[in-house]
Design a protein around this ligand. Structure first.
Ligand SMILES: CC(C)(COP(=O)(O)OP(=O)(O)OC[C@H]1O[C@@H](n2cnc3c(N)ncnc32)[C@H](O)[C@@H]1OP(=O)(O)O)[C@@H](O)C(=O)NCCC(=O)NCCS
Length: 172
């Protein structure tokens, strides 16, 4: 257990090596399979070894102990970015690490879209477990459509439109 109220020193990196990507899988399995009881067979999916997935790893410094991750998928035939596989290990929740991971994904998606010549805004889509809807709502994600079953558990599609240019604050 973390016995301090101070946020542990940490970093978020893009997982590039096999070891770093495996560490993402390990924290996902610890949370989605061991804690939440989702099937192990579906945890590693077709996007994991595709070139269309980017994995971000949250780890403590200086120990480099993995404590969370998030994955973004951008298929070449899709106009949207998909936020997937967000986890923070149970002992490290409520330190705003989930928020930092989502923000990192948003920043990466915006930079990726801008480098591909996009203008205006991008859409980020996710399938939220019902308990996490309030978490995603804090970023402005809105529910779209009815709840549906995914891997045996109810989920809600949520969508966010992210402007590519900083919003202008007009002082009156
Ligand atoms: C969802 C999860 C990633 C949140 O991570 P976290 O590090 O605990 O969240 P944060 O500390 O960054 O919280 C950011 C804000 O969201 C709020 N929040 C956190 N979890 C929430 C929840 N389940 N519902 C509503 N609000 C939530 C926090 O209070 C905080 O609010 P504030 O910024 O106004 O103070 C984490 O609970 C987790 O890993 N859960 C298990 C895996 C999971 O369910 N992933 C989502 C799959 S869809």
């Amino acid at each position: 257990m973390v016995d301090s109220v101070e946020t542990p020193a940490h970093e978020i990196i893009i997982a590039r090596t096999e070891q770093e990507i495996q560490q993402c899988y390990d924290v996902r399995i610890a949370v989605f399979h061991v804690e939440q009881k989702f099937p192990l067979e579906t945890e590693i999916d077709e996007f994991d070894r595709s070139p269309h997935a980017t994995h971000f790893l949250l780890r403590l410094i200086p120990s480099l102990t993995p404590i969370g991750c998030i994955r973004v998928v951008k298929r070449p035939d899709a106009s949207y970015y998909k936020l997937t596989r967000l986890v923070v290990l149970r002992d490290y929740r409520r330190f705003r690490f989930g928020r930092a991971l989502v923000q990192t994904l948003h920043d990466w998606a915006k930079a990726d879209a801008l480098s591909a010549g996009a203008t205006g805004s991008i859409q980020v889509v996710l399938h939220s477990q019902l308990h996490a809807k309030g978490f995603y709502a804090k970023f402005g994600y809105l529910p779209e459509g009815a709840e549906f079953d995914e891997d045996g558990d109810p989920h809600q599609k949520m969508v966010l439109r992210l402007p590519l240019e900083p919003s202008v604050n007009v002082q009156t």
